[in-house]
Design a protein around this ligand. Structure first.
Ligand SMILES: C[S@@+](CC[C@H](N)C(=O)[O-])C[C@H]1O[C@@H](n2cnc3c(N)ncnc32)[C@H](O)[C@@H]1O
Length: 268
């Protein structure tokens, strides 16, 4: 099979549509199958590859990105695709050093150092949590729907701020990448997408696991006064909560990631 052409969006678009047609594949919406048809996204991903580190791509699709990722790393690379119709196509495109697995990425072990994905939108939160929990992963580059990136970077006290923001901010340094309009994908998704780069700054340990538990308990009451909610849900005294720097007037969703970390350390 010919290499995915990166000369123009027109050639990559026709290459993609022709392969899908040749194999009789209709993209499945419920698997978030929106393929990259603009080479700029592939170039942007490739800029971030660390050639001497093991690599995983989640949702390899027909292999447009996998082809290049598998050739850019000198160590082994793994490509996971849930849809058998697509994994058969992708298998022929990745380099002989790459391994293609037909399966659900969420059920498999991610023992690699870097993760790349034009992510299937219906499982973005699961992907972020699994990336955080997989300590071997030092580095991850994702394309998500733009509103997901906004949530990861949201400030306390905003409606986008939530559990996933707290977890991501504690575990990773986060960098916002370029934005891509729907026309960069086939079929076109409804909204724009954005690249995000995550660099691990902290291991997922017992404390971070406790942070997940604390945010689960507290964010179910996100608009309630933080002080009372913490006392009730975590069984801490008013003095303990004040000592941790929780403002009397703050609501749960006003608390910074660092305060959630202190709460987790307090109850461990
Ligand atoms: C947005 S498409 C990206 C396809 C390709 N990497 C590209 O960029 O053109 C997401 C891909 O993830 C696959 N996928 C969806 N859920 C998955 C899962 N749980 N595990 C592995 N792959 C999955 C879909 O079948 C689809 O091919």
């Amino acid at each position: 099979m010919s290499a995915p052409p990166l000369t123009s969006s027109r050639t990559l678009y026709f290459w993609t549509v022709n392969i899908l047609r040749k194999h009789g594949v209709r993209p499945r919406k419920k698997l978030s199958q929106n393929f990259i048809v603009n080479p700029r996204i592939i170039h942007d991903f490739l800029k971030h590859v660390l050639p001497n580190k093991t690599l995983l791509e989640i949702g390899a699709g027909i292999g447009s990105l996998s082809y290049y990722l598998s050739r850019k790393v000198s160590k082994y690379s793994v490509f996971i695709e849930i849809d058998e119709r697509l994994s058969r196509i992708c298998r022929d495109l990745i380099s002989p050093r790459g391994i293609l697995i037909n399966g659900n990425a969420l059920d498999l072990d991610w023992s690699v150092e870097q993760v790349f994905s034009n992510a299937p939108y219906h499982i973005t939160s699961d992907i972020i949590v699994k990336t955080a929990r997989s300590n071997s992963v030092e580095y991850a580059v994702f394309v998500f729907q733009k509103d997901v990136v906004d949530r990861l970077l949201a400030r306390p006290g905003t409606k986008e701020y939530g559990r996933i923001t707290v977890l991501t901010r504690l575990v990773f340094d986060i960098e916002r990448g370029p934005t891509y309009p729907p026309v960069f994908f086939y079929p076109r998704p409804e909204v724009s997408s954005q690249m995000i780069i995550l660099k691990r700054k902290r291991r997922y340990d017992e404390v971070i696991s406790r942070v997940e538990e604390v945010t689960r308990l507290l964010f179910s009451k996100r608009r309630k006064k933080a002080l009372k909610t913490i006392m009730r849900e975590l069984g801490l005294s008013i003095d303990d909560v004040r000592r941790l720097g929780v403002d009397e007037k703050a609501r749960v969703y006003d608390l910074s990631p660092e305060v959630f970390l202190k709460l987790a350390e307090e109850i461990i």
